[in-house]
Design a binder for this molecule. Structure first.
Ligand code: FES
Length: 117
């Protein structure tokens, strides 16, 4: 593991289009979290803040997908985001994006990069 990476979980902790994993981001502040999900076998990670109002997306901890399992959902006012690029396709922040976090999956581990936080 490189010095600029942080292990967030083992690979099997992230199930396809299921619960996301939340993790703390003390680099960005005491209460800032990130999250990671698996979508079409690939892991994506974002700062857990809606592009509309900077509050956490998941009302129920780890619930990031909408019912179709094709979008990430802000539980507060319903913004829908593409899981692959964080682009908001529907809702009050349509056209904006979630802030992505670089993430790699290697040797059955999922790591985030702290470089671009
Ligand atoms: S706070 Fe997320 S859609 Fe408004």
């Amino acid at each position: 593991m490189a010095s600029n990476e942080r292990l967030i979980c083992q690979s099997d902790a992230l199930v396809e289009k299921s619960h996301g994993l939340r993790f703390e981001l003390p680099e960005l502040g005491e209460f800032v979290t990130g999250f990671a999900v698996r979508y079409n076998s690939v892991v994506y990670a974002y700062i857990n803040q809606c592009a509309h109002v900077p509050i956490e997306l998941d009302w129920n901890e780890g619930d990031f997908f909408d019912l179709s399992k094709n979008y990430l959902l802000c539980a507060t006012h319903g913004a829908h985001y593409n899981p692959t690029d964080g682009y908001c396709v529907m809702g009050p922040c349509k056209g904006k994006r979630l802030k992505s976090i670089k993430v790699v999956e290697r040797n059955n581990e999922i790591l985030i990069s702290l470089d671009d936080l």
